[in-house]
Design a protein around this ligand. Sequence first.
Ligand code: UDP
Length: 317
Amino acid sequence: MRILITGGAGFIGSHLCDRLLADGHEVIAMDNLSTGSVENIAHLAGHERFRFIKHDVTHYIYIAGPLDAVLHLASLPSPVDYLNYPIQTLKVGALGTHNALGVALAKGARFLLASTSEVYGDPLVHPQTEDYWGNVNPVGPRGVYDESKRFAEALTMAYHRYHGVDTRIARIFNCYGPRMRLDDGRVVPNFIGQALRGEPLTVYDDGSRTRSFCYVSDMVDGLVRLLFSDEVRPVNLGNPQEMTILEFAQKILEITGSRSEIAFVRPTDDRTRDDPQRRCPDITRARTVLGWEPKVSLEEGLRETVAYFRNKIIVQG
Ligand code: UDP
């Protein structure tokens, strides 16, 4: 298959390029490199079935020749990024998704939207099932991301119903692994970077909020299975092993062997406004329809990720 991946130089996007190339497909990665990085795809330069196009998906997308699938991963998924670039976040979810769907329609290609657990907002249903409609504050600071993805899902279903585009929607829960940006502000790079530098781990508020972390190879496998399935309804992809952020900080100290302290920090900016209290995917649908569930343990995944960040920190100094 000839596949376009928007956000192809990003964290998950670049791993997806690797996987689809390994499976024998032809891959075109598109990225404006605002949060993605050429470093993530540098090893693919010169690959005969790989091409990179630097382009911002909020502008008209032109691809020469046929396409069998469009995987739309372009996004600003880190809270720090979407709080700093709120309008760009809304534009990539709305205009970017419109352009990516337009390409899929024009080429008769299958379309996969990388959506998010943030469509559930601060959920009142736990664990979250796909039929839960969510609890999002549309006018809060996180609303720019949440609503852009909710709009993207609605637009995807409109293209499916009105234009007959063959669509898939993945709701991605917290994913981690090598190629995350050390400075993207999310809890995994923050804690690992702090632990490796011997700085205090910044646990926001009392650390009682929960998350469930899925390793990137499991996530990519779920996305590929979804792409090749017949499931048009949204599918949660994530690891159902839930823990508090304080427990997660302790796990990072254990894995890194760091003697960093844990510091309880009360952010004065918007970064914890509307921060979901609890988050855990119900993956019954993914298990049943895709035969998928995460395989990589948190310890194993964190060891790989710590090794990656350790190397980054040594290189960057
Ligand atoms: N968090 C934290 N310290 C940090 C970064 C994040 O305590 O240095 C918390 C954050 O408030 C949230 C959780 O960790 O409750 C996960 O945050 P992240 O930004 O990774 O992603 P989110 O799941 O909120 O999209």
